[in-house]
Design a protein around this ligand. Structure first.
Ligand SMILES: [Zn+2]
Ligand SMILES: [Zn+2]
Length: 212
């Protein structure tokens, strides 16, 4: 398993490349900008990108998707709960003062419980509404477990719920009922900022912590 994460785009969204080392099959989680940087990383690792997985459809997680798809032929995957946000990507950009171009159509809507195979590895889809209606986390289990948490769970923080379709009650439930049931050792790569792990968030997250 190969995992390469780096911040991209105007809001420094964490973009992650995940791949099966044996077959070179890969997915990119949140191509949120700087498509040339993403494409160069794909070439450097010599990968075949099958999917662009989106944790949600805020523009800062989608900005690079069009160019990366055009360069790699990968499919755009999203949860249907964020269709409206995706269809209004340009409007989102205007609201935050960024120039956003019309996105390419979604190739397939994915749901809770689905497993997405990349060569000999697979990532499971966890629906965690709250930050947006269609927010997803992707969990990868190999020698170590990794959760790509999007803007649902951050190090000692949680995603904002005051934007369109957000719900504070839902995000708290998503984190405590779904994410905090994962193994304590699971490493968490959030949508922005530094890594964390389930164990320390269960104890120290001021929004949903102390549930241990
Ligand atoms: Zn977001
Ligand atoms: Zn974000």
């Amino acid at each position: 398993m190969l995992v390469d994460s780096f911040p991209v785009g105007p809001l420094q969204c964490n973009c992650s490349i995940i791949a099966c080392k044996e077959t070179g099959e890969a997915a990119i989680i949140d191509p949120g900008g700087d498509p040339q940087q993403i494409i160069e990383a794909v070439k450097r690792h010599n990968l075949k990108v099958k999917y662009l997985l989106h944790t949600h459809a805020h523009f800062d997680h989608v900005l690079g998707s069009k160019a990366v798809k055009e360069a790699t032929g990968a499919q755009i995957l999203l949860h249907s709960g964020d269709k409206l946000l995706y269809d209004n990507l340009m409007k989102q950009g205007q609201l935050f003062g960024f120039d956003v171009e019309e996105p390419l159509p979604v190739d397939r809507y994915i749901e809770d419980g689905e497993e997405i195979s990349l060569g000999k590895i697979k990532t499971s889809v966890i629906h965690t509404p709250g930050h947006t209606p269609g927010s997803l986390c992707f969990s990868l289990e190999d020698k170590e477990s990794i959760l790509f948490a999007g803007d649902t769970l951050f190090r000692r923080s949680i995603g904002r719920t005051d934007l369109w379709g957000g719900s504070y009650e839902q995000i708290i439930n998503s984190i405590s009922d779904r994410l905090f049931r994962l193994d304590d050792s699971t490493r968490v790569i959030p949508g922005h900022g530094p890594d964390t792990d389930i164990w320390s968030e269960r104890r120290e997250n001021p929004f949903v912590g102390s549930l241990a």
